[in-house]
Design a binder for this molecule. Structure first.
Ligand SMILES: [Zn+2]
Length: 269
């Protein structure tokens, strides 16, 4: 058995798999009383960091990438932390698996010169300038321009820009598909929804999140067709997906783009 001696810390050796370990503990302070080494064989997880503070309970957080951070009361013993980790091992492992798959979340914008902003599936640099009609604009071949004095309002201006741009596209697409395929939505609205790209009410009113303006045009078209199809089928049945496929052949590609990249897009309040 390859052993390492490391006082006060977990000594471990992998056995059957990465999660089953022979754990030995050596606490110099307790050595006389308890014998030099307490040997435990257990399924355990090691924390990457243990933060002690004035708190009453032990908690564990799993961060993107799988890092495990434990927060514990100032006087929590290493064994208490260890027991806690053992108890939560299953949860930690599943959280780590999820976090390792999850794409790194995008940061909120800071509206600095040169920062990249999304628009219709591409990223464009932001330029801070002295004067822009309306405070913020988009110049083809150049990118976004923001009036320096409006920096504190930049997020609201960007949101208004996205809403306006998306409204034009969505209305054009809705008109096209209604004329061609006879859909009859009762209303079309652009909303600030954060968790869904679009929705269709019982009364066939369609809502589209302004965040769609960050995605490629094919994704905007797919979400429009998806919600229009809901005016005929208010569910995700086989019949529903048949309508989507007939209306927009090849819809799988933009649908998958949204699934894959949706979480990478920056949060915009
Ligand atoms: Zn749906």
């Amino acid at each position: 058995m390859a052993e390492r001696v490391c006082h006060g810390l977990i000594l471990s050796q992998n056995l059957e798999n990465a999660h089953t370990r022979t754990v030995m503990r050596a606490y110099p302070a307790d050595a006389d009383r308890w014998g030099l080494v307490i040997i435990l064989r257990m399924r355990t997880i090691q924390a990457d960091e243990v933060i002690y503070s004035k708190r009453k309970t032990i908690s564990v957080t799993v961060f993107p990438g799988g890092k495990v951070v434990v927060r514990a009361p100032l006087h929590a013993s290493p064994i208490a932390v260890e027991c806690f980790l053992r108890e939560k091992a299953e949860w930690i492992r599943s959280a780590q698996a999820k976090m390792q798959q999850a794409p790194a979340r995008a940061q909120a914008h800071r509206f600095e010169e040169g920062e990249l902003l999304w628009y219709l599936g591409a990223q464009y640099p932001l330029h801070l300038v002295d004067k822009v009609p309306g405070g913020l604009g988009f110049v083809k071949g150049k990118g976004f321009v923001l009036e320096r004095a409006q920096k504190s309002r930049a997020e609201a201006l960007l949101k208004t820009f996205y809403k306006r741009a998306l409204r034009m596209r969505v209305e054009e697409l809705v008109r096209f598909y209604c004329e061609r395929d006879g859909f009859k939505p009762s209303a079309v609205r652009i909303t600030s929804a954060r968790t869904r790209w679009g929705s269709c009410s019982r009364a066939n009113a369609l809502n589209f999140s302004f965040r769609l303006a960050l995605t490629p045009p094919a994704c905007v078209e797919y979400v429009v067709v998806h919600e229009l199809a809901h005016t005929r089928e208010h569910n995700h049945s086989t019949r529903f997906w048949q309508i989507v496929a007939q209306t927009l052949p090849g819809y799988e590609q933009p649908r998958d783009w949204l699934k894959k990249h949706g979480a990478e897009l920056p949060p915009i309040a």
